[in-house]
Design a protein around this ligand. Structure first.
Ligand SMILES: Nc1ncnc2c1ncn2[C@@H]1O[C@H](COP(=O)(O)OP(=O)(O)OP(=O)(O)O)[C@@H](O)[C@H]1O
Ligand SMILES: Cc1ncc(COP(=O)(O)O)c(N)n1
Length: 298
């Protein structure tokens, strides 16, 4: 039956690695798309053997496997927005970039995944040049964490001024918007001074609240600092994947860039705050927290 007269369904594609533990990679992306009412599709680049204790195996797929998956969905279902995550090597990056160019996709979010929380390599060091030269020119948004921003820009980042300088250098590589995420900046955060700290409708006494986490957004003319409450938790596996997937879902639904970034911040904040406490190590975030909060106002 045709869906005549019904709203069209936004569709998003993730090109990334599989995380058997379900907290990061393809699994986090598809869960996030679903939670934001976006139809999710995937092109898998590598299989990782992972749980909350870490990565114990990485099996990259041949570059043709990624390319064929992308062509299969692109030529049939259509793609309103896409994101890339773990790409592992330069050949896979080149194959993915060629498909993005072939279809002429513009709503492209590049999450330049390099190293897992436990230190395992998810992108070969020699592939960084391909990421810079092949993929960043095709990106509308790039979302490095602090170590990734240092690698991409070639600058050490200790201060907010250095973060701004790195954002400028990365933007010069092609993306319209650069988001440097502050999750890794544990030692250099601002202490919240207000009596009560409120993030996405929930508030804490400042004694509990502690420090902020700040994501820096640069659009070529303005810097915006998106601050949220830093949740004291070990359950942050897949935060970057989930953030970039929420951003991609919002773009697929037609949101403007800055609005999409704000949706992603609210989504990941809820997912970290309402922890699931799963596994014996760094557990996943809670992908249904954001939707539950919309359904049941606090
Ligand atoms: N403890 C925390 N409390 C609140 N927000 C956080 C926390 N840690 C990370 N975030 C947010 O999560 C998002 C992802 O940031 P992060 O810097 O952790 O990315 P990442 O390192 O790429 O993630 P991953 O570790 O999954 O690769 C950002 O919006 C960041 O502000
Ligand atoms: C397949 C895959 N993609 C990305 C990450 C990064 O997430 P994290 O840094 O939280 O481990 C990961 N661990 N696995």
């Amino acid at each position: 039956m045709k869906r005549e007269g019904l709203p069209r369904i936004p569709k998003a594609l993730t090109i990334a690695g599989s995380d058997s533990g379900g907290g990061a990679g393809i699994q986090a992306d598809l869960k996030t798309f679903q939670e934001l009412d976006v139809y999710g599709m995937s092109a898998i680049t590598a299989i990782t053997v992972q749980n909350t204790l870490g990565v114990s195996g990485v099996y990259p797929l041949p570059p043709a496997a990624a390319a064929e998956q992308i062509r299969a969905v692109g030529s049939d279902l259509g793609v309103d927005a896409l994101k890339t995550g773990m790409l592992f090597d330069a050949e896979i990056i080149r194959a993915v970039a060629a498909e993005i160019r072939r279809f002429g996709w513009k709503r492209v979010v590049v999450d330049p995944v390099m190293i897992a929380k436990g230190g395992e390599t998810l992108l070969r060091r020699e592939a960084v040049a391909a990421l810079r030269e092949e993929l960043l020119p095709l990106a509308q948004v790039v979302t490095p964490n602090l170590p990734e921003a240092e690698v991409l820009s070639g600058l050490p980042i200790r201060t907010m001024q250095e973060r701004r300088e790195a954002a400028k250098r990365i933007r010069a590589m092609g993306p319209e918007l650069v988001v440097i995420k502050g999750g890794h900046d544990e030692g250099n955060t601002r202490v919240s001074e207000s009596e009560n700290v409120s993030v996405s409708g929930k508030s804490w006494p400042s004694s509990q609240a502690g420090v902020e986490v700040v994501d820096l957004v640069y659009d070529g003319s303005h810097f915006t600092e998106l601050a949220g409450l830093r949740v004291q938790t070990v359950h942050t596996h897949g935060t970057g994947c989930t953030f970039s997937a929420a951003l991609t879902a919002a773009l697929a639904k037609g949101a403007a860039l800055q609005e999409a970034v704000r949706t992603a911040r609210a989504f990941i904040q809820a997912a970290i705050e309402d922890s699931l406490e799963l596994g014996r190590g760094h557990g996943p975030t809670n992908h249904w927290a954001y939707r539950r909060r919309q359904e049941v106002p606090l």
